[in-house]
Write a protein that binds this ligand. Structure first.
Ligand SMILES: [Fe+2]
Length: 391
């Protein structure tokens, strides 16, 4: 039986090695003036980026460029908007990693409304509902990780202290088009490839076992997980292997779709809190905690004997992740977390202690962690135990 579910928000997609070469003609269908949002040094400083901008200008497009350094802050978005109010662009093209795509999404949304970004940001007790208006938006990822090119939210840092990461969210914020060209990710260094790839794999696994999952997200999550597991280690060790890069680009795109439609679990609950207090890459938090959260979730689900459907899904994930094939369900349930830990070890993902997290911080981090769509009910004590195991 298939229960009631909703599924929405998939961008049009141009996918494959080399598809970016068609970007100029594609962009021209969306408008005659463009805000190009890019990273601080990568795309606009590259030969490919300079050639792209030159070609657009030769075709008569008006181009403003904004470079995003690090993770976008709500105040940064407001600053750019105030400069563009007099002569706003007709569309936004974001080319970069997850932070750049999120900044582009936020700029496209905020250029159509009055007020500050904070007014519409989740976590503001006086938050106003955004009407969902935005400029046409094209997302071009240059890393394979967050899946922001397929999501309906932009993650921004809040004003004031502590710095928190909160979303500007609306169903309409899914980009009109994602141009996913794995050739653009070949320059991504190994440690970034590893962390962002583990973000995608975490999103796929957490969405698969999410309480908000549907048959559609299950199918996409399994497909993405298979591809991510098959290709991540090679994408890290052989950065120019275009097949591995293509597999990771596919996994990341699907991870964005499933996270938007199914929700995520305790790993991302931790990541939201840890990312606000420590200077720690999101993908590192995901990777370092994924095995520990999986182990505790499977243990709690097995002990509760309430709903075996989540255990069936973990076993299916184990079949994808573990190298031994043809074993029984219990084998995969027993091996999955260890195999995830092995992968994280091979990829040299640091533990939380490397970023200044101490045993004294654990209680407050666990107390703030939300686990809305996690398949198992975890106590604060469970959350503390998970964090302690990865210090
Ligand atoms: Fe994530």
């Amino acid at each position: 039986m298939v229960d009631e579910f909703r599924f929405s928000g998939v961008p049009a997609l141009h996918f494959g090695p080399g598809v970016f070469k068609n970007a100029v003609s594609v962009v021209m269908k969306y408008g005659r003036s463009l805000l190009l949002v890019a990273g601080s040094s990568s795309f606009t400083g590259s030969g490919r980026g300079r050639g792209f901008v030159k070609e657009l200008k030769e075709k008569g497009l008006k181009i403003d460029i904004v470079n995003v350094e690090g993770e976008p802050h709500a105040g940064f978005i407001d600053g750019v908007i105030s400069e563009l109010r007099v002569s706003p662009p007709g569309m936004v093209l974001a080319v970069g990693g997850g932070s750049v795509l999120d900044a582009g999404k936020a700029l496209a949304a905020m250029l159509t409304v009055e007020g500050r970004t904070w007014d519409y940001l989740e976590g503001n007790p006086e938050m106003k509902a955004h009407p969902g208006t935005r400029l046409p938006l094209i997302a071009v990822p240059t890393t394979a990780g967050t899946g922001s090119e397929a999501t309906r939210n932009a993650v921004l840092t809040t004003p004031g202290e502590p710095r928190l990461k909160r979303s500007l969210r609306h169903d309409n914020f899914v980009p009109d088009l994602a141009i996913v060209d794995p050739l653009l990710t070949t320059g991504c260094p190994p440690h970034v490839t590893a962390a962002s790839g583990l973000d995608a794999i975490t999103q796929l696994l957490e969405a698969l076992v999410s309480t908000g999952a549907s048959p559609v997200t299950d199918a996409l999550a399994k497909s993405g997980l298979q591809c991510g597991i098959e290709n991540l280690e090679r994408a890290v060790s052989e950065g120019n292997d275009i097949n591995a890069r293509t597999g990771m680009a596919y996994a990341a795109f699907l991870s964005g779709i499933v996270l938007s439609n199914a929700g995520l679990g305790a790993v991302h609950g931790f990541a939201s809190v840890l990312g606000g207090y420590y200077d720690i890459p999101h993908g590192v938090v995901c990777g370092t905690l994924l095995g520990a959260v999986t182990r505790v979730n499977i243990g709690k689900l097995a002990a509760s004997e309430e709903d075996t459907a989540y255990l069936d899904k973990y076993a299916a994930a184990g079949m994808i992740v573990c190298s031994e094939k043809g074993r029984d369900r219990d084998h995969y349930l027993a091996r999955l977390a260890d195999e995830l830990d092995r992968m994280v070890e091979v990829l040299n993902i640091p533990r939380l202690g490397c970023y200044g997290v101490t045993a004294g911080d654990i209680t407050s981090i666990a107390a703030e962690t939300a686990i809305k769509n996690n398949p198992a009910s975890l106590t604060t004590g469970d959350l503390e135990k998970i964090l302690l195991s990865r210090l």
